[in-house]
Design a protein around this ligand. Structure first.
Ligand code: AMP
Ligand code: ZN
Length: 131
């Protein structure tokens, strides 16, 4: 059984932020920023891409509501909501989860996008996606 299934089953302790019959939200142990929370479907899916659309929708709806609550109550200045799917994208725990990361002015967390647009022709990319 994976580590998040064990948390869902109560075999491993966690700091519970929210729970309903489909999802559990807990504080991330790493606390990339204060209030860093994970929304975890109770059913096991290796990645978000393996999960059914109802599970994905519900998990993101909960993430959106919790993001508002966390932003207000922790006086955050912004929020990153993100999902890593597969190792190449930074996924380390192979049980779908959504990160809610509160952001504070002048915090030192780096989530950066490099501009690689010079490498690609957008029409070619579009055609490849829709082939
Ligand atoms: P990811 O890299 O997207 O797979 O994120 C996995 C996250 O799970 C990391 O931010 C870890 O800090 C977090 N994590 C791992 N084990 C635990 C645990 N037992 N309780 C809470 N968070 C955990
Ligand atoms: Zn699992």
């Amino acid at each position: 059984m994976c580590i998040f299934c064990k948390i869902v089953n109560g075999e491993i302790p966690s700091k519970k932020v929210y729970e309903d019959d489909k999802v559990l939200a807990i504080l991330d142990l790493s606390q990339a920023e204060k209030g860093h929370t994970l929304v975890i479907p109770k059913a096991h899916f290796d990645t978000m891409l393996d999960a059914d659309s109802q599970t994905v929708s519900h998990a993101f709806e909960v993430a959106s509501k919790l993001a508002n609550k966390i932003k207000t109550n922790l006086n955050a200045d912004g929020i990153n909501i993100l999902n890593n799917s597969y190792e190449a994208a930074g996924q380390t725990v192979m049980h779908m989860h959504i990160h809610i990361i509160p952001r504070y002015k002048n915090d030192d967390l780096k989530i950066e996008f490099t501009d690689h647009s010079s490498l690609y022709n957008l029409d070619d990319v579009l055609a490849e996606i829709n082939k």
